[in-house]
Design a protein around this ligand. Structure first.
Ligand SMILES: [Zn+2]
Length: 448
């Protein structure tokens, strides 16, 4: 049984999907006006790992993430760069997609865009207005939070606390300072006709409509960063309760933020590193291990040591994997996989860690234990090749869940002879010959 920390109930709960063996999951995607920064790459990597784990267990998964392609920030960027809003959003959707691909994330099932969902958004807002959940002031439509019981259920705060503590915009058109825009009358940027004014939708209404469009009802998991809990997710829930009488998803999951020198990493603070810039320096497996090494609900303090740790971890795993691969390859036999209690226990441990609210940090410890077993087996030589084969397959499975796929090029017949000769020379302590052979191997770029 998978257990998930549900931000809605603030409890660890058994995961029971709405439809047996199927999972529906939605994670809020980026507003596309700039490059993805490493803070925003955490939910991308983490929820990709969640998606992979569900697929690994055989669930039929529908995983959706949106693009907010109309927003004040996009309009501002378009003005600054002398581009149209479409040009800005196309550019960053392309760039962000490329970063997600480089991080070796599986493709989403769907990536809806706000600008392609405008008529459904207008319909949805119209229904809320009709049932008295929203009011119109001078062409703007505001959601009336007093029409829903338990407003702020996700952030777990009272309305009074939210009013005093939140960064909300006070404006005399609103009945309550927490009321939020469903439709905004605009004179600037792209706008669409509506029964209320020419304008565009408010951010909080977009996701709830796109979820309804695609899934036609309640979903299993809604995810995002902790910073989206309030107001974004509480406002999504308020609209859904108002119209559909449910909280959109049975399980709400939130990842912790990435801190940078003790501050939250964000574009507005200007203290961010773009994911693509970090990817230019480190490989994607190192990047993923850096993120997955910290339990997802905890804050992640980004620092050099964390990168170094991930680099060391990956080197150990990679060398071990190549070592097993070559040992099997050089044996020139058709090795049958043989298992042992010890190896299968590690598989169980890995599954238990992942089923325990996706504890990737503990699951990584299990991968390291498997690496140790593998290294001993490789040293022990030929008689244990059957076990090695099982270890190789299991390691590949675990790494796949982590989004890491190691590609090894098979040796040519000639290279096999050289590598074998190298190992023999080493065994016979003929270091002069083994050094020579090693130089040849390295010059050819062969990894052993
Ligand atoms: Zn959202």
């Amino acid at each position: 049984m998978i257990r998930i920390y549900n931000s809605l109930t603030k409890k660890i709960e058994d995961f029971i999907p709405i439809k047996e063996n199927e999972v529906s999951m939605y994670v809020c995607g980026p507003t596309v006006y700039d490059s993805m920064h490493i803070g925003n790459s955490r939910p991308v990597i983490f929820f990709d790992t969640v998606a992979r784990f569900f697929r690994y267990l055989g669930y039929k998964l529908t995983y959706v993430s949106n693009y907010t392609d109309i927003d004040d920030k996009i309009i501002a960027r378009a003005k600054r760069d002398n581009l149209t809003e479409e040009e800005v959003s196309e550019r960053y959707i392309g760039e962000i997609n490329e970063t997600i691909r480089q991080l070796n994330c599986l493709p989403f099932s769907k990536t809806p865009r706000v600008t392609e969902s405008i008529s459904e958004i207008i319909d949805f807002i119209g229904k809320i207005v009709n049932c008295g959940g929203a009011y119109v002031v001078a062409g703007d439509v505001y959601f009336d939070i007093e029409q829903v019981k338990d407003y702020g259920i996700l952030s777990g705060q009272t309305v009074d606390n939210l009013i005093s503590g939140a960064r909300i915009d006070f404006n005399e058109k609103k009945k309550n300072p927490l009321d939020f825009n469903l439709w905004k009358r605009t004179t600037e940027g792209k706008r669409w006709p509506s029964p209320w004014s020419a304008g565009r939708p408010g951010w909080h209404t977009e996701c709830v409509v796109m979820i309804q469009n695609i899934f036609k009802g309640k979903i299993d998991i809604h995810g995002g960063g902790n910073d989206l809990k309030f107001p974004h997710h509480d406002n999504e829930i308020a609209q859904s309760i108002c119209l559909h009488n449910h909280a959109i998803a049975n399980y709400w999951m939130h990842n912790g933020m990435i801190d940078f020198s003790g501050e939250k990493m964000s574009k507005s603070l200007g203290n961010y590193i773009a994911a693509k810039d970090l990817l230019a320096k480190i490989s994607y497996p190192v990047y993923r291990l850096m993120i997955l090494n910290v339990p997802y609900r905890q804050p992640l303090a980004f620092k050099e040591e964390l990168l170094q740790q991930a680099e060391n971890d990956y080197q150990k795993i990679y060398r071990s994997y190549i070592g097993i691969y070559r040992a099997l390859e050089l044996s020139e036999q058709n090795i049958k996989s043989v298992s042992s209690g010890e190896i299968e226990q590690l598989k169980e441990d890995f599954l238990s860690a992942m089923k325990d609210d996706f504890n990737t940090a503990n699951a990584l410890t299990v991968i390291h234990q498997l690496v140790k077993i593998a290294n001993t087996l490789v040293r022990n030589g030929d008689e244990q090749l059957g076990y090695l084969k099982r270890v190789l397959l299991l390691m590949a499975e675990m790494l796949w869940v982590f989004g890491i796929e190691i590609d090894v090029s098979p040796l040519t017949a000639e290279d096999k002879l050289t590598v074998k000769a190298y190992y023999q020379a080493k065994k016979a302590k003929n270091y002069r010959l083994s050094d020579q052979l090693r130089d040849i191997i390295m010059a050819k770029g062969i990894i052993i």
